[in-house]
Ligand binder design. Structure first.
Ligand SMILES: C[S@@+](CC[C@H](N)C(=O)[O-])C[C@H]1O[C@@H](n2cnc3c(N)ncnc32)[C@H](O)[C@@H]1O
Length: 255
């Protein structure tokens, strides 16, 4: 455990850990849940994550024509967001899924093969904080339920800016801050009690889902996160709360 005030200190849920420790704890979680990840998403959000991802796809708005359009889906896990964007776009749309966890990527590769879309969606192992891609390469950068897990959020935002082409868009879907009276209490009860219990029932372990809930509470509030996106260089930064603020879509342009 790092000393208080240590510049390398961060949080894993509510516990104070070093930045390196956080990444290996996060990796352990996704290694454990990879095979049942998509099922858990459906159960935990009562299928709502599908509607939220639809709004993400509409925000990215890939061209329907054959115009080339390249997407980088970071912390893309099992490929869900990339598959949706490729399905919404025209024949010129290509996606690369990058994730730090080989287990999640392996599930994604299998799914892409089952769908016969291996030629339009590719998978790469990499860290959001140091992307293995050249500058100014992509038309859009997405990150869904991923940035909260990255130890150095500022480094990930700087990398997002670097790999986007001028005119490219950053779009992030993440849990946010519930801002509807009564819904916030209900949501607290649901998230602190039911989600870990669901985790125990489906994945056989409540701990990864306890981490999930705690990390949501620790993530910067939407205004503060928008400010961090601006500091990374993005312009026309905005956010859209969905489902009373359970999640939000933040976006910005590299101009
Ligand atoms: C909650 S899942 C989201 C998966 C997918 N985007 C979705 O919405 O279904 C979070 C993903 O972030 C990945 N991740 C965590 N830290 C990362 C990092 N530093 N760089 C890249 N991916 C990371 C995990 O391996 C995991 O696959």
């Amino acid at each position: 455990m790092p000393a208080p005030g240590d510049p390398h200190e961060t949080h894993f849920g509510f516990h104070s850990v070093s930045l390196g420790e956080k990444q290996s704890l996060v990796d352990g979680i996704f290694h454990k849940v990879a095979r049942r990840y998509d099922l858990m998403n459906d159960l935990m959000s009562a299928g709502l994550h599908r509607a939220w991802k639809d709004v993400l796809v509409t925000t990215v708005n890939p061209p329907k024509s054959a115009t080339p359009f390249t997407l980088l889906d970071v912390a893309g896990g099992t490929g869900d967001v990339a598959f949706r964007i490729v399905a919404a776009g025209g024949p010129g749309t290509r996606a690369t899924v990058v994730d730090i966890n080989a287990e999640m990527l392996a599930v994604g590769r299998e799914r892409a093969a089952e769908r016969g879309i291996e030629d339009v969606v590719s998978f790469a192992e990499g860290n959001a904080e140091a992307l293995p891609f050249p500058d100014r390469a992509y038309d859009a950068y997405t990150i869904a339920f991923g940035i909260r897990n990255v130890p150095r959020v500022e480094a990930a935002l700087a990398e997002a800016y670097r790999v986007l082409k001028p005119g490219g868009r950053f779009v992030c879907l993440e849990f946010s801050a519930v801002d509807v009276p009564a819904l916030d209490t209900l949501y607290e009860m649901y998230s602190f009690n039911l989600i870990p219990a669901l985790g125990r029932a489906v994945v056989g372990d409540a701990e990864p889902y306890r981490y999930l809930v705690e990390s949501i509470h620790r993530f910067p509030k939407p205004q503060r996160f928008a400010e961090m996106i601006r500091i990374a260089g993005f312009r026309r930064v905005r956010w859209q709360p969905l489902t009373g603020g359970v999640v939000a879509i933040h976006s910005g342009w590299r101009l």
